[in-house]
Ligand binder design. Structure first.
Ligand SMILES: NC(=O)c1ccc[n+]([C@@H]2O[C@H](COP(=O)([O-])OP(=O)(O)OC[C@H]3O[C@@H](n4cnc5c(N)ncnc54)[C@H](OP(=O)(O)O)[C@@H]3O)[C@@H](O)[C@H]2O)c1
Length: 328
């Protein structure tokens, strides 16, 4: 495709939100050694994408401007670089692009073949694009507490906050596959949805009980999986069992500090700050669960590439129910 161009959405500097996204015609990249060229079918936007635009990771990310944001994509391989023998042209794939390069909000993207996973044609690009960052984070924490996905492991009493969000909606389903007892928090409008994902008890996070994270059954939690920004150790501690553990996916700077200090303490109540890793290793299993109907992607909304700024604004707003998808 040398010399051909594609539609892309990119920004030229830090800040500016959705209004700073520009629709531009740029060259279609060429795959080098070990890379593949993917025709993007769908991409999902994550809070991390707008956090990078805001400059939270300045000066490391973005690595250069203009920058085509978004890492989570599903698409079809249309060209192979040299020394790629794991895929063929026409394969359907899903994967998470490197944060430094981004590239998801475009018709085509080049990626190392090692970041992509084969996707059964039974799993739609929209369902698949939701998975990389959020479902991989969810499975990382749910596995970390010893869950067996055939339901044969120990049954724990778990709280999952922000269960209507991207990470939380997958975490509830994965925890239930492991046969845990799940209490979940979300806004009043999403209580029925979160119940339908399998949660045993659902609390409106704006009610007094929800704000206090109190289980209606009165039991203390063995594990709290926190996906809600703004909740602190002081909120979790009273509701943890004596040997309970918090896995914090959305840790605030204060929580990070407490995490570092608590590493030095001998308390039986534990706090872990989670950063998703080894996404490609986890994706194959997740795609299989979706194919088998055991896991679903909750879709907040789908937007065309022409309306990518609407999707971006929705993610920035912080009130998505499930995943925000851009279809190419
Ligand atoms: N550590 C990692 O590796 C990693 C990976 C992925 C994501 N994250 C982080 O994890 C957080 C969650 O990500 P996400 O993609 O799931 O976010 P999201 O989809 O944008 O979450 C939005 C949802 O959260 C609900 N919510 C907000 N505050 C809440 C609260 N206090 N209690 C209960 N529900 C609440 C909202 O409900 P209402 O609309 O009703 O308010 C909305 O449905 C973000 O901070 C993200 O950056 C971290």
């Amino acid at each position: 495709m040398a010399g051909a161009t594609m539609r892309a959405v990119q920004y030229h500097g830090y800040g500016g939100g959705a209004a700073a996204l520009k629709h531009e015609e740029v060259p279609i990249p060429s795959p080098k050694k070990g890379e593949v060229l993917i025709k993007v079918e769908a991409a999902s936007i994550n809070p991390a994408d707008w956090k990078i635009q805001k400059g939270f990771l300045r000066p490391f990310l973005p690595s250069k401007f203009p920058f085509i944001p978004v890492t989570d994509i599903a698409g079809e391989i249309v060209e192979l670089g040299s020394q790629v023998d794991t895929f063929k042209v026409g394969d359907k794939v899903v994967g998470m692009l490197n944060f430094t390069k981004g590239g998801g909000l475009a018709e085509y993207v080049v990626a190392p073949a090692s970041l992509m996973v084969l996707r059964s044609p039974d799993v739609s690009p929209i369902e698949a694009a939701g998975l990389p960052m959020t479902a991989c984070t969810a499975i990382q924490v749910v596995k970390d507490i010893g869950t067996k996905f055939d339901g044969t492991g120990e049954r724990l009493n778990i709280l999952i906050t922000s269960a209507s969000g991207g990470v939380g909606s997958y975490a509830v389903q994965l925890a239930k596959l492991g046969n845990h007892h799940v209490t979940a928090t979300c806004g009043a409008r999403n209580v029925e949805l979160v119940k339908s994902l399998g949660a045993d008890e659902v609390l409106d996070y704006k009610s007094p009980e929800g704000a206090a994270l109190k289980s209606p059954s009165g039991k203390k939690y063995d594990v709290i999986i926190n996906c809600a920004y703004g909740l602190e150790w002081s909120h979790f501690k009273p509701e943890l069992s004596d040997t309970g553990r918090v896995l914090d996916v959305a840790a605030s700077p204060k929580t990070l500090l407490i995490f570092l200090l608590r590493k030095l303490s001998f308390s039986k109540k534990k706090l872990s700050v989670i950063l998703v890793s080894n996404v490609t290793e986890k994706l194959g299993f997740l795609v299989e669960l979706v194919k088998e109907g055991k896991l679903k992607t909750v879709i907040d909304s789908t937007h065309s590439l022409e309306k990518a700024e609407e999707a971006w604004a929705k993610c920035l707003d912080g009130h998505a129910t499930g995943k925000i998808i851009v279809e190419m």
